[in-house]
Unconditional design. Structure first.
Length: 277
């Protein structure tokens, strides 16, 4: 039994979709969430910058005495997972593998599309994970860099979102793709628009539920399950508290009255970061 919190981080609000799935599956677990909205999006940054941000985020969460880390950011997972696992001695769950496995189980045509940030798509991590699970799969990838700003501004529906989605996704319409991975934790907030553009014949894979299952399994394997009768969720952001709380409430369906703003740069362990590089 271990009542320390689970630590979750993302480049902004998107990771709240993962938090929600974990909280629904594991209601007795305390959670600490950090959304780095002040530096979002990660997907347009260089790999080195994303790794540096990831180290800062993890170091901050470890100072909150968390028992495990959930990288609820596809870009951070794509750019830094291997080096993070070498440096940090704690259980870590990421989002790429759970989503890829779910897509491989779902597809009938063996044609899978992946959308994500520029950094995630250029890394090729999803194609590698999918091919490992299903070697004969055909993988179509598309970077959708405007999706994260849309979500961070709360523009999840309407003509602008639909126009942008149509431009990004039109190339999938003439393929036999039957499964699409939402390769960024912000993207589930655009599900209605994406579904409207692609039609009912394409199943959307939201990795949040799969990540929650992976967290549950890892906690059980390591004897780290919590048993908090009144579990607590603490929220931290690197930008506006009011904006984070108002939009976050729409993500979670929960009031967010305990949001704190932090200066994440102060949490940066330079020595560990440069040693890792």
């Amino acid at each position: 039994m271990d009542n320390r919190p689970i630590g979750i981080f993302d480049s902004g609000l998107g990771g709240l979709t993962v938090l929600r799935a974990i909280h629904e599956l594991l209601p007795n677990e305390n959670i600490v969430y950090f959304g780095d909205s002040g530096r979002t999006p990660y997907g347009t940054k260089s790999k080195e910058t994303v790794i540096r941000y990831t180290f800062q985020d993890i170091n901050f969460l470890l100072k909150q005495n968390v028992k495990m880390i959930v990288i609820a950011c596809n870009t951070a997972s794509a750019c830094s997972l291997n080096i993070v696992k070498e440096v940090f001695d704690c259980p870590i769950v990421e989002v790429v593998e759970p989503g890829s496995l779910a897509a491989c189980r779902q597809t009938k045509s063996k044609s899978i599309a992946v959308i994500g940030t520029s950094a995630t798509i250029s890394s090729g991590v999803y194609e590698t994970a999918i091919k490992k699970c299903k070697p004969d799969a055909r993988v179509y990838s598309k970077a959708c860099p405007l999706f994260v700003p849309l979500v961070e501004e709360g523009w999840w529906e309407g003509d602008i979102a639909e126009m942008i989605a149509d431009e990004y996704l039109k190339e999938f319409k003439d393929t036999d793709v039957d499964t699409l991975i939402l390769g960024c934790t912000h993207y589930p907030m655009l599900q209605k628009v994406i579904k409207k553009v692609l039609g009912e014949g394409v199943t959307l894979v939201n990795s949040a539920v799969e990540v929650a299952n992976a967290v549950k399994k890892l906690l059980e394997e390591n004897g780290l399950q919590g048993n908090n009768e009144l579990s607590e969720i603490k929220y931290y952001t690197s930008d506006s508290i009011d904006k984070f709380a108002s939009l976050g409430k729409m993500f979670l369906g929960l009031e967010m009255n305990n949001v704190e703003r932090i200066n994440i740069e102060k949490e940066y362990d330079k020595e560990a970061y440069y040693d890792a590089l």
